[in-house]
Design a protein around this ligand. Structure first.
Ligand SMILES: Cc1cc2nc3c(=O)[nH]c(=O)nc-3n(C[C@H](O)[C@H](O)[C@H](O)COP(=O)(O)OP(=O)(O)OC[C@H]3O[C@@H](n4cnc5c(N)ncnc54)[C@H](O)[C@@H]3O)c2cc1C
Length: 445
């Protein structure tokens, strides 16, 4: 993780926040002589401005811009995204309510009549009403209660309307916003809007398109690894310049009829070898079930990435990597990377039974080198075969303590089913592991 840019990012976000508040303050009639109605209208306006600003920040947070991903990491990024989403929801509610109260006082109307006029009578507010409606809908869909019931693709499709909402809100603000009487604010607002969109467009479209042009990614092989897991090998040209490191993931879109409209995240299970990179996929749902049968050799692949910070820390020498099930994919490429760097590594692979194991041969080969050990844990097995590094049951703190006595000195990485990662995280933290020492990769956004 590259935290040195974190302060710069915070400074940029806070600096713009202060600029917006300053512009608003200079343009608003708030002061000792202002009426209650003026005050309410002004507060309503700042809520609208801050809502628009938070939406722009959200755009950047989901843009997968390298500097943001590197500085924040997956967990902090998800936390910021959630917290800013909640703040945006509050501003979204406060904006029309405060304006309705303010204008109601000025127009000697009831608050509800004023709100009714905003929504159903004033044609000038169509954009604002559209943006508010869309945003309320999206926030409801994003909430855990409703969002969880929907298929990911539907959830994703609905989120695309955020873009429409941002444009509708921006149009409404520059057209009607009383704060833009000052030209400087209007120019600043346009510049901010354009800057955020250019960054977003660069990270989400221009960069991956440029990568596709440069590297010409193509499917070269599809190989079954077990009953439910298969690997897709991707080749291209100049792949040595594709800046991928072990543990990272990409978002993959296979440009073939019937597949191109879905993009899915997968970790790289191997970095470059023999001019191929590899992803390995478990059949878990609609897309991952049909992919190995439908996907054709030679299909062009659009890759957003490489992304993520589940990667080696240059200054650290000792590692403990723990995988559960298909969570082996980033662990596998990370382990190879660490082996190249001659680090001291212990790997725990938690599985139900031997039939579930993939990349066992690769791991065992790595384990034949000096500073590497590979331990398997089978939850459906009843007894240990300790001499072969095979254990019965789940990965537990007790096992970590006995097999890796110096675990406190190690960077600990885990990727597996959420229940396993949560339990391990809790156990390790209670045993004194520092937050900095623990690194997770979650297979959901
Ligand atoms: C950073 C990251 C790395 C991943 N690495 C791997 C990997 O190496 N191997 C592997 O098998 N799986 C990996 N996954 C999970 C993989 O993306 C999902 O299993 C896959 O997208 C499921 O799609 P589906 O339509 O077959 O299943 P569905 O039945 O639609 O979904 C199954 C689960 O996957 C989630 N999901 C579905 N589509 C997406 C999507 N486009 N983006 C994010 N989540 C989605 C759903 O919310 C649900 O929880 C990774 C996920 C993330 C976020």
């Amino acid at each position: 993780m590259n935290k040195k840019y974190l302060w710069l990012i915070k400074l940029f976000f806070v600096g713009n926040l202060l600029a917006i508040i300053t512009f608003w303050y200079h343009n608003s009639p708030i002061g000792p002589a202002s009426t209650v109605a003026d005050g309410l209208v002004s507060l309503g306006r700042i809520c609208g401005l801050l809502l628009a600003y938070l939406l722009l920040i959200q755009l950047i947070l989901i843009s997968r811009l390298k500097i943001i991903e590197g500085a924040l990491g997956h967990d902090k990024l998800a936390r910021w995204h959630r917290n800013l989403g909640i703040s945006a929801a509050l501003f979204l509610l406060a904006h029309p309510i405060l304006l309705a109260f303010g204008y109601a006082l000025n127009n000697s109307l009831s608050w509800s009549k004023q709100l009714y006029n905003f929504v159903f009578v004033s044609e000038a507010l169509t954009g604002a009403v559209l943006a508010t409606g869309l945003l309320i809908f999206i926030i409801l869909v994003s909430s855990r209660v409703i969002g969880r019931r929907w298929r990911y693709e539907i959830w994703y499709f609905i989120h695309l309307f955020v873009y429409l909402a941002i444009f509708a809100a921006f149009g409404h603000q520059v057209e009607l916003g009383g704060d833009f009487s000052q030209n400087a604010f209007l120019i600043y607002w346009y510049a901010l809007f354009i800057f955020f969109w250019v960054l977003y467009g660069y990270a989400r479209f221009l960069k991956p398109l440029n990568n596709l042009r440069r590297f010409r990614f193509q499917v070269s092989r599809i190989v079954p690894e077990s009953d439910s897991i298969y690997s897709i090998f991707i080749t291209g040209r100049h792949l040595e310049k594709f800046s991928l490191v072990g543990g990272q993931f990409g978002i993959f879109r296979f440009l073939q009829k019937g597949l191109w409209f879905e993009a899915h995240p997968f970790s790289f299970s191997r970095c470059l070898k023999d001019n191929e990179i590899r992803i390995s996929i478990k059949k878990l749902g609609n897309f991952t079930e049909k992919l190995p049968d439908k996907l054709k050799i030679g299909t062009t692949v659009f890759i957003e990435g490489p992304l993520g910070v589940f990667t080696a820390r240059p200054k650290k020498n000792k590692y403990l990597l723990i995988s559960g099930g298909i969570g082996i994919t980033p662990i596998c490429s990370l382990a190879e990377e660490l082996a190249k760097q001659k680090k001291d590594v212990r790997i725990f692979s938690a599985l139900k039974n031997p039939a579930e194991e993939v990349f066992g041969a690769e791991m065992s080969e790595l384990a034949s080198t000096a500073n590497f050990s590979y331990y398997r844990f089978y939850s459906e097995q009843t007894s240990d075969q300790a001499e072969q590094n095979i254990f019965a049951g789940r990965v537990k703190l007790e096992k970590i303590k006995s097999l890796v006595p110096d675990w406190r000195e190690r960077e600990i990485y885990f990727c597996g089913p959420p229940a396993m990662s949560t339990a391990l995280n809790k156990e390790l933290r209670q045993a004194g592991a520092s937050k900095k020492q623990l690194h997770w990769e979650r297979f959901n956004f």
